[in-house]
Design a protein around this ligand. Sequence first.
Ligand SMILES: [Zn+2]
Length: 72
Amino acid sequence: MPLYEFVCDDCQREQEHLVRGEETPECEQCGGSRLTRLLSVPAAHTHGGGGQLPQAPPPGPCGGSCSCFPGG
Ligand SMILES: [Zn+2]
């Protein structure tokens, strides 16, 4: 059975449950049945952030009809 992560809507406790099919487990803390399954995300944590943004290519010659050249 797959192991899923849940968060309780009532007490916001995060927990893991083995679920089968469409079964919804109960909260291990408050016993509530309003659990929201968290999406299992791949390990894509970035430490420190600072992702590299794609940079726009430098402006090049666009032709005589383009106004990107001053005085053109
Ligand atoms: Zn709960």
